[in-house]
Design a protein around this ligand. Structure first.
Ligand code: MSP
Length: 518
């Protein structure tokens, strides 16, 4: 059984509508998964929803619905959203599904039996919004708690705790010895600094049902449900367990109740997450896995946060970007292109409508769209749509760009890969300007040269389609169809010069990115 490249996203809280930040993360993972498949590797891409906990329970109450009914309704909307983004996820996990809940309970039972948990009375402060206990260290210099914690209440309650201290030195060593475990580097350094300078507080893994009942019951104490993060993180192994992954089943000594597949997925290759949830993924999750006896994921790939017009995205102030509205107006590929081209994985980004339409016109309509349109229109007009004999002038440029793109995709450097592809677009547009095929066409003695130029352009468009496939699948497919080729350009190996067959007829032409000058 070969192990597919296993990539995940954070699972989103189902307490509202999807926004730009959610879309961005899912597109990163989709492009990375498509790229692996194109490069010949099998890939398994998992995304889904985090449906338990206080946030979701409160949202359900606010909507006058039972939590499960509320989750079911919103889950349909989020799944439709994934389809609208053209995601190729292989599964979609919901934490209220039996296949997930049974694995969470199995893990809790195992760790409880092995003495990883203890019960204790807690007295102190609790943030309702963040569902987290606060300590004196969480106070600002003026003594107040950060407004980001929302309402803070004093609590006295018993709970179960997961012992973290035994794993602290091990985790520091692990991160030091595995430099690519947290990427980019500055996030890795942040995690190491945190671990070296703090003695970890044990993690509270329960909530009393008297306060919160929307969660997975602790199998060893019916008065408690599982803390939402302990539940949510497990999705990364509960889906493999449900698909009979031998590593997970072996460690948990578990048999899924229903299984028709048998896939070897764990350890994950990449967890794509936002910077705000790095501590959960780089500190708590590795310790949970260690306690379970499972290997760690190979990489936690951390992206930054989007703002709009320099301000935080916020429903209440109306400062939002609605991905669906953008897609309706500009097309899904333009949206996928903009978010990955504008923002590298790591730093924070800023959406402006002006920036979006500027990139649309310069890079999509005038750059790629114009290149394909004029190259193929001239082929139609001057050669009746018949591909001329093989010529090689642009082969080195195309092969260079393909090699660079491949290397960047293998390192999940998606913005860099788009830049490499666009240097080829620019090179080809310059080639049209320099060779001036419209002038060659007027001089019958230049017919041979015109053939060469037209072949070079058509073949370059074909290679561009292959390189673009992971990013702009709809556009890449249209480019193939306009070239008169069947199928979709989903195999990177097709980016080799000379595959376009002379005498073949090209297809019907239409602008890829209509200009929006109105
Ligand atoms: N449910 C938890 C994750 C559990 S993963 C085991 C959660 N959900 S969330 O809906 O609040 O966030 C989901 C993802 O969206 C996170 O990775 C988060 O960083 C990302 N984003 C939320 N807002 C964002 C921006 N404004 N910009 C970019 N990404 C952002 O946390």
């Amino acid at each position: 059984m070969s192990k597919p490249f296993y990539i995940t996203t954070a699972i989103d809280y189902v307490n509202g509508q999807p926004h730009l930040g959610h879309a961005y993360e899912k597109i990163i993972a989709d492009v990375a998964a498509r790229a692996r498949r194109s490069l010949g590797q099998e890939a398994f891409f998992l995304t889904g929803l985090d449906e338990h906990g206080q946030k979701v329970q409160q949202a359900a109450v606010a909507n006058g619905k039972a939590p499960q009914v509320y989750c079911d309704e919103l889950a349909a909307l989020w799944k439709a959203f994934a389809a609208r983004l053209d995601l190729t996820n292989n599964d979609f996990v919901r934490t209220t599904e039996p296949r997930h809940k049974e694995v969470v309970q199995k893990i809790l039972s195992k760790l409880y039996a092995q003495g990883h948990f203890y019960k204790e009375l807690y007295r102190g402060f609790y943030s309702l919004r963040e569902e987290t206990f606060l300590t004196e260290r969480d106070r600002l210099p003026d003594g107040a708690f950060d407004p980001a914690y929302g309402e803070v209440v004093e609590l006295e309650e018993e709970n179960y705790y997961f012992k973290l201290k035994p794993h602290q030195t091990w985790l520091i060593d692990y991160i030091e010895n595995n430099p690519s475990f947290v990427s980019p580097d500055y996030h890795r350094n942040g995690v190491l600094g945190f671990l070296r300078n703090n003695v970890l507080e044990d993690l509270c893994i329960s909530r009393p049902i008297s306060r919160l009942n929307w969660g997975i019951p602790l199998p060893f104490d019916p008065n408690f449900v599982t803390y939402v993060w302990f539940d949510a993180l497990v999705n990364y192994v509960s889906v493999p367990a449900a698909l009979a992954d031998p590593t997970v089943l072996g460690a948990l000594n578990h048999q899924p109740t229903t299984t028709n597949d048998r896939l070897s997925l764990w350890p994950a290759d990449v967890h794509v997450i936002g910077k705000d949830i790095l501590k959960f993924h780089s500190v708590y999750w590795p310790m949970m896995l260690k306690a379970m006896g499972l290997p760690l994921p190979k990489q936690i790939l951390v992206h930054g946060w989007w703002q709009k017009d320099g301000q935080k995205l916020s429903k209440s102030t109306g400062n939002i970007v609605d991905p669906i509205a953008v897609i309706d107006q500009w097309g899904v590929d333009a949206f996928r292109f903009y978010v990955l081209r504008e923002l590298d994985i790591g730093p924070d980004g800023n959406w402006t409508d002006a920036g979006f339409s500027a990139r649309y016109s310069a890079e999509l309509a005038n750059g790629l769209g114009n290149l394909v349109n004029r190259s193929l229109s001239m082929l139609k007009r001057y050669r009746n749509g018949l591909v001329p004999p093989l010529a090689n002038e642009l082969a080195p440029d195309a092969e260079n760009a393909a090699a660079q793109t491949r290397a960047l995709l293998e390192q999940n450097q998606l913005q860099g890969a788009l830049q490499a592809i666009w240097s080829l677009v620019t090179r080809a547009n310059q080639y049209v300007d320099h060779t001036a095929p419209f002038k060659l066409a007027k001089d019958p003695s230049k017919a041979g040269r015109l053939d060469e130029v037209l072949y070079n352009l058509a073949e370059l468009c074909r290679i561009l389609a292959v390189l673009l496939w992971p990013f702009l699948p709809g556009t890449a497919a249209k480019m193939y169809a306009q070239l008169g080729l069947s199928g979709v350009p989903d195999k990177f190996s097709a980016a080799r010069w000379g595959a376009l067959t002379p005498s073949q007829t090209i297809g019907t032409l239409a602008p890829l990115f209509p200009r929006k000058d109105d």
